[in-house]
Design a protein around this ligand. Structure first.
Ligand code: SAM
Length: 283
């Protein structure tokens, strides 16, 4: 049980978009804390004014570039018996946002860290995806460099857990079309602008969703949820043969075409190679 007379750090989740998602308990902490550390004081002023919280002089910045220095200030305040709140621009601090280092420092100093939990884009997207949530991995933002993305995708070939990642609207079409080359038949959910006016949840196979997205403009904040390898429907032999034929016709060696199809569809490399040999003779 937390001693409410002693100082403490409270990790407070704030809305992803819809202001109604601020919990009464989160609001209470924001209104009564001695200090509220936030990523961007201008941004958080809007949250304060939308909820009639004052004064804004209790807002202090804590972002990825000053988190270590500000941790000392947070510890000093808590040691004096203050309640210090940490928020991020949206969602839960520490989840792809600053927070982890200050939490570790406060805990290391033997002081109390507690939470007013609430919105987080990862969990919100998983909850509406309709894809197995028993086991999942969160990958953060996809790398911008094509080579790094390719190695992430390769590491997902045998990933059985559901995979979640963030992507920017400018890069979504490109990354979805790359994903479609690797995992065309896996189920995917693109969750856009959750809880906001233009909320949109697109579900289907990777190939279907990539094709749909290639034909339109994409805006806003996005989380992508993709099924793990166990969730992929079994692939029939004809699909693999069509793929092999396409790769061979495009100039792949028999070995390369077999490796590609084997990784893509999970058939044995030896079997794919034998089929590729037969198909090559018909080209
Ligand atoms: N800590 C935050 C949380 O718990 O939700 C996540 C911070 S991360 C820096 C920001 C990313 O979360 C955005 O680029 C986007 O991928 C995702 N995101 C935030 N709000 C979202 C929303 N309303 N709908 C979909 N994705 C969102």
């Amino acid at each position: 049980m937390t001693d409410l007379t002693a100082g403490q750090l409270v990790i407070v989740a704030t809305p992803l978009g819809n202001l109604g998602d601020l919990s009464p308990r989160a609001l209470d902490f924001l209104a009564t804390a001695d200090a509220v550390f936030c990523e961007d004081t201008r941004h958080s002023r809007t949250l304060f004014s939308a909820n009639n919280i004052s004064p804004v002089s209790r807002l202090f910045s804590l972002h990825e570039h000053n988190e270590v220095e500000q941790s000392d200030e947070v510890i000093a305040r808590i040691s004096r018996g203050e309640t210090v709140v940490l928020i991020s621009d949206a969602g839960t601090p520490g989840i792809s946002d600053p927070g982890t280092r200050v939490v570790a420092a406060v805990a290391q100093a033997g002081l109390t860290v507690t939470t007013a939990p609430g919105p987080s884009a990862v969990i919100a997207a998983l909850s509406v995806a309709g894809i197995n949530t028993e086991r999942f991995i969160m990958e953060g933002f996809l790398p911008r460099k094509a080579g790094e993305r390719a190695s992430w995708f390769a590491s997902w070939a045998n990933e059985r857990r559901t995979i979640v990642f963030y992507e920017s609207p400018q890069r979504l079409q490109n990354s979805m079309s790359e994903l479609a080359e690797h995992f065309p038949h896996r189920q995917v959910c693109v969750a856009r602008e959750l809880t906001k006016l233009h909320e949109e949840i697109i579900r289907g196979s990777v190939l279907e969703v990539a094709t749909q997205l290639a034909q339109r403009e994409i805006l806003g904040e996005i989380v992508v949820v993709i099924a793990g390898s166990d969730e992929a429907p079994p692939v029939d032999e004809e699909t693999v043969r069509v793929c092999l034929r396409e790769r061979l016709a495009a100039g792949d060696s028999t070995k390369d075409a077999a490796t590609y199809a084997s990784e893509l569809y999970g058939v044995s490399n030896r079997v794919a190679y034998e089929w590729a040999l037969v198909i090559r003779k018909t080209l």
